[in-house]
Design a protein around this ligand. Structure first.
Ligand SMILES: [Zn+2]
Length: 69
């Protein structure tokens, strides 16, 4: 019996730009193709969250982590 598990690499589409991305342990940005796409997607839902009214008291969103480019 040969275990062919290791030769199988899962390919997933990047949610941001739909580039095919190898789902590997080395790819820490998965399922995104790059850190840039990851931040774009993250920024998108953060932006959505900001449009939700009623929570204007707390503005200590950790957006600093994103601005290190
Ligand atoms: Zn991408």
């Amino acid at each position: 019996m040969d275990s062919a598990k290791e030769s199988v690499t899962r390919i997933v589409p990047c949610p941001t730009c739909h580039t095919r991305v190898k789902w590997t342990a080395q790819n820490r940005n998965r399922p995104f193709c790059s850190e840039r796409c990851k931040l774009i997607d993250f920024g998108a839902w953060v932006d959505e969250a900001h449009t939700i009214p009623g929570d204007g008291e707390h503005q200590d969103v950790s957006s600093k982590d994103l601005g290190t480019d």
